[in-house]
Write a new protein. Structure first.
Length: 110
């Protein structure tokens, strides 16, 4: 098996064990442009759920903070169900990204 194909596939499969770290290392270590392209694509695909997770934490923190200092007895619908919907959306995005990375890794190995 070719080392370049293996590095490219490993960049995609790293979503299972070292997301964000391994594609950056592969990008800066290798000199092959095709491997760099795969490392960049895998890094971006690993970055999408990470950014959404940060947004999710901000929304959950702000909703909990606003509920605790609210002068109303009953919290609004968005304060209670909004974070739960975002958690569900995050899980869907993460599963789609996970499946996409595995498919791309298998495609590179063929």
């Amino acid at each position: 098996m070719d080392n370049n194909k293996l590095l490219s596939a490993l960049s995609y499969f790293s979503v299972l064990f070292a997301p964000l770290i391994l594609p950056i290392i592969v990008f800066f270590i290798t000199h092959d442009t095709k491997v760099k392209q795969h490392a960049k694509r895998s890094f971006i695909s690993h970055l999408i759920p990470f950014i959404f997770m940060i947004i999710l934490f901000i929304v959950i923190y702000s909703s909990v903070f606003s509920m605790s200092y609210s002068s109303f007895n009953q919290p609004s619908f968005f304060m209670t169900s909004g974070p739960l919907l975002l958690v569900f959306l995050y899980l869907v995005i993460y599963i789609i990204t996970l499946i996409w990375n595995i498919i791309q890794g298998v495609k590179v190995l063929r």
